[in-house]
Design a protein around this ligand. Sequence first.
Ligand code: HEC
Ligand code: HEC
Ligand code: HEC
Ligand code: HEC
Ligand code: HEC
Length: 382
Amino acid sequence: MIKKKVIFPVLITVAIVFLFSTILGSRSFISEKRSISSSLDCKECHAEIYDHWKNAMHSMSIEDPIFKASFMESYFNTAGEAKYNCLRCHAPVALINNDYDLRKEITKEGVSCDFCHSIKKVNLNDKENPFKFETGDIKWGPLSNVDSPAHQTEPSSLFKSSELCSGCHEYVNDKGVKILGTYSEWKESPYAAEGTHCQNCHMPLIPGKIVKPEIKTSSQKQINLHAISAGHSTEQLRKAVSVDIQTINQEGDIIEVIVNVTNRGSGHMVPTGIPTRKLILYVELKAANEYYSQQRVYQRILVEESGNEIKKEGEIFLTATKASYDNRIRPRETRTERFAFAQPKNRKVTITARVEYLYKTQVLSPTEMRVKMAEDSQVISR
Ligand code: HEC
Ligand code: HEC
Ligand code: HEC
Ligand code: HEC
Ligand code: HEC
């Protein structure tokens, strides 16, 4: 009798504890499934990929001082509303955790590991949020023959496709103006037809360790370069265009120079993306004491209601009502340009054609970046 009385409450307590622990346990399991992990967690095993990512623009998409200054300006001009627009691409973890006020460290990681590797689908028709996620235990990726003790892996063809990138590299604003067209420019190019995707140029395979060897001796001997670079990489910029002086005609007092500029290595327009980037072709004539220079600018100009050009990034996204001009060079297109100079007195003349990439932002007391992309030079004498 006494025994029974003791055992009963003990059993009940055990049952209650068991019940609670499973409820609590499953609760925390569910919330973990819905949340997103810090890139620092991935670093524990994917150290090499982490280092590449950490040193490139995607990890800096919110810390980038030019973005920060521009964002602050847009934020104040719109009484905070701009955060939903800008952060959807620059701090995209907010799409998952709703942290548009950047209160959590994880939101400040920019375009993070787990953000990309939780994407299941991209639908550009959904303007507020083109991404469908499955966050938690499954990491989606390009490989089908891998196995991890830390998480499930699931192969997805999206990771080999430009579509993955399109969610942020294509954007039409509320006024129906295309602000970023990198994806559609690519889609209409010969590269799309040939099956050359963004990743083929921006994330090439390099020798590397997918995980630290102490975690697993992997059969993978290569990794996709996660230091995704372009405008901020001179090496990438030099692949983009070539310039050739085709003909130099001397007729009477005039020297006519015909120059070809080719977009030979860029999978979209040069320049692409945000319209603060320009390409400038300089053609210069040098003789003993004389120097003449002419130029052509390749760019897209966006204007506001009044017709004035918009130069600030934030305003470009929010207020552009029209593209008033666009003479950028399409993928594999060759543009032929003619220049005429007056004959200098001296007989020996050097003619140089040079293409420079110019990036100019107005937000931080006009900052200018120039990179020489290509050059050709010829000497003539009469
Ligand atoms: C902008 C989106 C994006 C971000 C951010 C990103 N990845 Fe990837 N990752 C990809 C794509 C795309 C591939 C596949 C590329 C291919 O196969 O052409 C890939 C491939 C991988 C692979 C498979 C091995 C390989 O290199 O192909 C691993 C592992 C991986 N990523 C881990 C990470 C980790 C860890 C981070 C953060 C440090 C990270 N990724 C950040 C898009 C991203
Ligand atoms: C405890 C170690 C560990 C941690 C932590 C870890 N991974 Fe992995 N991951 C692995 C291993 C091991 C593989 C498989 C490698 C193989 O089989 O060659 C892998 C594979 C992958 C793949 C390839 C999947 C595919 O199908 O292509 C991706 C993507 C990936 N991890 C992303 C991540 C992300 C994102 C994080 C952080 C949120 C992360 N991993 C954290 C160990 C880890
Ligand atoms: C969640 C949004 C998002 C996704 C997805 C994304 N990007 Fe980006 N990407 C950005 C943002 C934001 C920047 C600009 C960062 C800055 O300069 O502040 C950027 C910058 C870049 C740059 C320019 C880097 C430089 O040096 O100027 C390249 C190239 C690039 N992304 C390629 C890709 C490719 C390839 C993919 C797909 C594998 C991809 N991106 C997916 C948001 C994204
Ligand atoms: C055939 C190779 C190739 C393909 C395919 C390609 N790119 Fe590029 N991309 C380049 C080169 C080269 C540059 C540097 C010159 C330039 O700015 O156009 C570049 C520049 C960029 C820039 C930087 C713009 C700037 O001026 O800062 C972004 C962003 C970008 N690419 C994104 C993408 C995305 C997204 C895709 C897929 C839709 C893609 N690229 C496809 C070669 C390629
Ligand atoms: C649809 C995605 C998207 C949205 C929305 C967006 N951006 Fe960006 N932003 C990008 C990408 C991608 C780049 C990278 C360069 C490119 O493609 O030319 C970029 C580049 C920039 C840059 C240049 C950074 C540098 O260092 O070169 C600034 C500044 C910027 N954005 C500010 C903003 C502001 C402010 C907003 C909100 C009003 C905003 N962006 C909204 C995707 C976006």
